[in-house]
Design a protein around this ligand. Structure first.
Ligand SMILES: Cc1cc2nc3c(=O)[nH]c(=O)nc-3n(C[C@H](O)[C@H](O)[C@H](O)COP(=O)(O)OP(=O)(O)OC[C@H]3O[C@@H](n4cnc5c(N)ncnc54)[C@H](O)[C@@H]3O)c2cc1C
Length: 373
C-alpha cells in the first residue's frame, strides 16, 4: 500500500482532508502530522483578541477532520527529511516512511532578526504560543510598573493586532492608557497596498493612540527597552514580533530546492522542483509564478493540490495550477469595522466587517465536522 504523509494542517491541507472525506482512498495509507490537534484560523485572531470571538469559534479541529477523512492523525512536528530514504524525521526522534509527502507547514517567525527577542519577546508564530502568551500578557500588563507594548511589523497582521489590542485594552479602565508602539522598517503601514488604504490606516492608528514608528528597524530588545536603528529607544515591557513570513531552515538543509529565502520552490503542479514526490503549498511554497504570502493563496492551492496528489498516486499526468492574480485583503480595525482592498480599489465600513465575519465564519464552519454527524 502506498503511503502519503501530509505534513502540517495548514489552509491547503484542510482542503485535501475534505477531498479525502468526500472520496476516501482505501488503497493509500494517509497520515497527517501536526504539532497541535487544532488549527487556529489566523484571519479571526485579531477578532479573538478584541473579544468578538471565543477561541473555539476560531479553530479547525484537525484531529476530527482526519477521522472523517479516514486519515491517521499523529500529533508531531516534522524537523527534517531524508530524501534518498523517503523518510520524515519527527521532533520526538522517530522517523516516518513515505512514498509521497505534501508540505503545508506555513511560515515561521524569525526571532533572530532582533537580538534579544528570542529570550524576551513574543513571536506571532507558532500561533498556539502566541495565544498563551497574549493570555499571560493580559495578566502581567497590570503588574508591570509602567506597562507599554511594542509591536514589530507594520504589515496587515501587525496593524490588525495593534488595533485589536487597543480595542481590548480600552475595555479595561486600568489598561486604557497603556502605550502601543508599532515599529516598521517601511515608512507607511500596509506597504504594497493601495494608497487610500495606507492613508486611512495611518489616520486610524493616530486616532486610536497607536504610535507609528515607520522607517526604523528594531535592532535589540532586552525585556524593557526596544532599540531602533538611527538611535531611537522605545520603553516596552511587552514586545510582539510580527515581521513578514520567514521559512524554516529544515527544507533547505534536507536538500530540497528552495528560493533564496528558504521557501520550497514548486512547479505549477505544486511538486518540488528538485523532488517530484514532494509537494508543497501555502506560505512554505515558492510558486513558479510568485504571489504574496497570504492565507488566500494557501486556500486557493488546496483543490489543485488534492487533485494532483490523487493523480500522482495513480500514476496519471498532473495538472498545472496558477494562482489568481489578486487577492481580497480584509483588515479589521478592532471595532466591528473593517477595511478592504482589491487591487487598486478600497472600501471601509461596518458592512466590510460583517462581510469579513461571514467569510471567516463560513470557512471555519466548512471545515468543522458536525459532532456525532
Ligand atoms: C494575525 C494574522 C492575521 C492574518 N490574517 C489574514 C487574513 O485575514 N487573510 C489572509 O489571507 N492571510 C492572513 N494572514 C496570513 C495567513 O495567516 C498565512 O498566510 C496563512 O496562515 C498561510 O497558510 P499556510 O497553510 O501556509 O500555513 P498555516 O496556516 O500557518 O498552517 C500551517 C500548519 O502547519 C503546522 N506546522 C508548522 N510547522 C510544522 C512542522 N514542522 N510539522 C508539522 N506541522 C507543522 C502549524 O501548526 C499549522 O497548523 C494573517 C496572519 C496573521 C499572523
Amino acid at each position: 500500500m502506498k503511503r502519503l504523509v501530509l505534513l502540517g494542517g495548514g489552509h491547503a491541507h484542510v482542503h485535501v482532508l475534505d477531498a479525502l472525506r468526500a472520496q476516501p482512498r482505501p488503497d493509500v495509507e494517509v497520515t497527517l502530522l501536526s504539532p497541535y490537534p487544532r488549527q487556529v484560523y489566523s484571519g479571526m485572531l485579531p477578532g479573538w483578541i478584541a473579544g468578538h470571538y471565543s477561541l473555539d469559534e476560531c479553530v479547525l479541529p484537525l484531529d476530527r477532520l482526519a477521522v472523517d477523512a479516514q486519515v491517521r492523525f499523529v500529533q508531531q512536528k516534522g524537523i527534517g527529511l531524508d530524501l534518498a530514504a523517503k523518510q520524515l524525521q519527527c521532533s520526538d526522534g522517530q522517523t516516518m516512511d513515505f512514498d509521497v509527502i505534501s508540505i503545508d507547514t506555513g511560515p515561521v517567525t524569525d526571532t533572530r532578526m532582533v537580538p534579544g527577542a528570542a529570550e524576551h519577546a513574543l513571536p506571532i508564530r507558532p500561533i498556539e504560543r502566541f495565544i498563551s502568551g497574549w493570555q499571560r500578557w493580559l495578566e502581567t500588563l497590570g503588574e508591570a510598573g509602567s506597562p507599554a507594548i511594542a509591536i514589530v511589523g507594520g504589515g496587515a497582521a501587525g496593524v490588525e493586532l495593534a488595533l485589536a489590542m487597543r480595542y481590548r485594552l480600552e475595555l479595561d479602565r486600568a489598561a486604557r492608557h497603556i502605550p502601543i508602539h508599532l515599529v516598521s522598517s517601511q515608512p507607511e503601514p500596509l506597504a504594497g497596498m493601495p494608497a487610500v488604504l495606507r492613508k486611512a490606516v495611518s489616520r486610524l492608528l493616530a486616532e486610536r493612540r497607536i504610535d507609528w514608528l515607520g522607517g526604523r528597524r528594531a535592532i535589540h530588545y532586552n525585556g524593557r527597552t526596544l532599540c531602533l536603528s538611527g538611535g531611537g529607544r522605545v520603553p516596552a515591557t511587552h514586545c510582539l514580533l510580527v515581521p513578514g513570513a520567514a521559512a524554516p531552515v529544515w527544507p533547505a538543509t534536507s536538500g530540497l530546492a528552495t528560493d533564496p529565502s528558504g521557501f520550497i520552490t514548486v512547479r505549477p503542479t505544486l511538486q518540488s522542483t528538485s523532488h517530484p514526490y514532494v509537494f508543497a503549498a501555502g506560505d512554505i511554497a515558492a510558486y513558479a509564478d510568485p504571489r504574496p504570502k497570504s492565507g488566500v493563496f494557501a486556500v486557493r492551492a488546496g483543490p489543485p493540490l488534492a487533485a494532483n496528489l490523487n493523480l500522482f498516486l495513480d500514476g496519471e499526468p498532473l495538472q498545472a495550477w496558477k494562482a489568481q492574480r489578486r487577492a481580497l485583503y480584509l483588515i479589521s480595525t478592532g471595532k466591528r469595522h473593517a477595511l478592504a482592498a482589491w487591487g487598486p480599489f478600497a472600501w471601509r465600513g461596518d458592512w466590510v466587517w460583517r462581510w469579513k465575519d461571514r467569510i471567516d465564519r463560513d470557512f471555519v464552519k466548512r471545515f468543522t465536522p458536525i459532532e456525532g454527524g
